[in-house]
Every structure is written in C-alpha cells, then in structure tokens.
Design a protein around this ligand. Structure first.
Ligand code: ZN
Ligand code: ZN
Length: 337
C-alpha cells in the first residue's frame, strides 16, 4: 500500500494524502460521509462530501447550512493526491462506499451495506480492490436473512390478525431507512400507513429523491375517529412506552430489526412480535462480498470484528480489527440495525 493511504486515528479513518477523514467521530477539516445515520454523520466538521442522493438526509441531520459538496455515484474526483469516487452500498438512500486510488492501489471503505434487494436505494456494487474496509454489525454465522418479501408477508398476517381482534398494529422501525424500506415492501397491503412525526421529513427526502413509496399520513393529521386498527402505524423505537401511543387504544407492538434473530431480544425489547429485517449484510453476504472484492487485505469494523477477523485469518486473508468508539455500548442501541 502506498504509505499511509488509510490510517486509523482517534478521530476515525484518515486518508492523509487526500486530506480527508471518512465518517469521523470528531470535527475535522474535511469529512467524507458514507451515509446519514448518526453513528456515521456527525456535527462540527468544516467541509463535508457525500453522494448526491444523501444530500437532503445529511442536511436534515446536520443542518441546512453545513458546507457540503455532493458527488453522483461513480464520478471520480481528485482530492489532494488521490482519486476518489462513491459507489452504492445498498444500505439506505444515498449510502456510499468510498473508493480511494493512488499509484494503482485501491482501497474501498464500505460504510454500512447490505446485499438484499431494496427498492428504496441503489443496489450494492462490488468493487475489486486491494484493501477492503468492511462493517461487521451482523458478522456471526447465526445471522442469515430470509427474503424480505416473506418478512413482509409475516407483517401483513400479523396486522390482519390484530385488526380482527380489534387491536392497532404499531411497528417500531428506525426513521431513516428501515421505515421507508418497510413502506415499499408493504405497499397498501396493510391499509393506510400512519407515520410518527419523527419519520415525516426522512420519508419526504426519499420521495424528493424519486423513490416511489405508498401514500402515508402523519398520525397528527389523521381525522378524529380514525379506526387505527384498519391501518398500520410506524414509529421510531424511541416512541416506545411514551404517552404518544395511548391514542391508538389496544395495540399489538412489533419491532423490525436484524437483532430479532437473537432469542430473547423480543422479550427484552418488550414488544409482542419481532420481525427479522436488517439493512446490514448477513454472515454469508459478508463473506461473499469480501470474496468478490478480491482484496488481499481486509479491515473489519463496527460489530463482531474480532470473530470475522479470526475467521478470515484462518482462510489465509490478511485481516485486522479496527476498534470503534462504541466499545461498551450495546450494538442494539445503535440507530440503524
Ligand atoms: Zn452504522
Ligand atoms: Zn447505517
């Protein structure tokens, strides 16, 4: 590798010859952002660069007045002494892998990504590279995702049963990404879709970016006498247990998350149902992706990195762990799983 193309620093991943950080934790001069989730996009940097599809979401999260440049997927620019381009990561709208090239050596930083189809964002694009920096949120063999259509069928069945029993269906999902993916998957099969206020702006951003979503109505705009059990209510996990949910009468609650694949999570989260749906890659998808990059070096971050590194090392891959700052924090508490 050309000397110090990518370095691990207390502020995050640093490309010294390019003069930029990727998803830095601390304010820096120039930040290249993989996507708008709060564990990747942070306040205080002087200049930001992100994929064009991410612009509105990033401004929503960091403020309309941030100094922000955008780049369409696949377009190459030169920063300092390196060539940089952004490529779809398939995680949420505008999510990007960062490709960095210098003297014939290529590094790709995945950000969060998934390999399952998702109509609400561009599909992950495998890129051949020398160094691949991958997330590993669900990097354990126990994580295996069913097709999202079958998860959607389960949700439709749950809602129908709730309706028959006179209960409202309250589905907790993250406001950026998961909620819109679920809306796209369900269409009108659950009746009217009602949104918690925290989801309105992010959902609008998807529509502005040209992603087709079924109609939705903010909960606060629903007419008096709305029969909530005839539709489905989307809310962020933070709304759980709040007085906001009293208006729906008797409810059945559910969470849609990759963590629902672990026994006991549903009980710990105190919901009636758990649906296993993740915007991250599962174990098989992770290994497949690493193979497709043909990278001779792999750096693993965000999640079960030690386990993934041990597995890759046994396969003869030059792999190492990048410690994130989330040590000690439950991975379930992160925004985007
Ligand atoms: Zn993340
Ligand atoms: Zn994310």
């Amino acid at each position: 590798m050309p000397t110090d193309l990518l370095k691990w620093t207390p502020s995050g991943l640093y490309c010294e010859p390019g003069g930029f950080f990727i998803d830095p934790w601390r304010p820096v001069e120039r930040a290249v952002i993989t996507h708008a989730h709060s564990d990747h996009a942070r306040f205080g940097s002087n200049r930001y660069l992100c994929a064009s599809d991410s612009e509105q979401l990033l401004r929503l999260r960091l403020g309309a007045s941030i100094c922000l440049e955008t780049l369409p997927y696949g377009k190459e620019i030169t920063l300092g002494g390196v060539r940089v381009s952004l490529h779809p990561a398939g995680h949420v709208l505008g999510s990007a892998q960062i490709k960095i090239e210098k003297e014939g050596y290529t590094a790709v930083v995945s950000g969060d990504y998934k390999r399952q189809p998702d109509t609400t964002c561009d599909a992950f694009e495998p890129i051949r590279c020398n160094l691949f920096v991958t997330e590993s949120t669900f990097g354990l063999p126990i994580f295996h995702w069913s097709p999202s259509e079958s998860v959607a069928d389960e949700i439709v069945e749950w809602k129908k049963r709730n309706e028959a029993l006179g209960r409202s269906s309250l589905l907790f999902a993250y406001s950026l990404g998961k909620a819109q993916r679920l809306m796209g998957l369900l269409g009108d099969r659950c009746g009217p879709i009602y949104l918690h206020g925290a989801m309105e702006a992010t959902t609008d951003a998807y529509r502005v970016a040209g992603r087709s979503l079924p109609p939705s109505l903010p909960v606060r705009d629903a007419p008096v006498g709305t029969r909530w059990n005839e539709g489905i209510i989307f809310a962020p996990p933070s709304a759980q247990g709040s007085p906001w949910i009293r208006r729906f009468g008797e409810t059945s609650s559910a969470v849609a998350s990759g963590w629902m694949a672990i026994r006991g999570t549903r009980r710990r989260r105190a919901v009636d149902r758990g649906f296993v749906l993740s915007d991250h890659v599962d174990w098989a998808g992770l290994l497949q992706t690493i193979r497709e990059t043909e990278a001779e070096s792999v750096w693993v971050t965000h999640g079960f990195s030690n386990i993934v590194v041990r597995y890759l090392s046994e396969q003869g891959v030059d792999a190492r762990t990048l410690e994130t700052q989330f040590v000690g924090e439950s991975p379930e508490s992160r925004e985007d799983a």
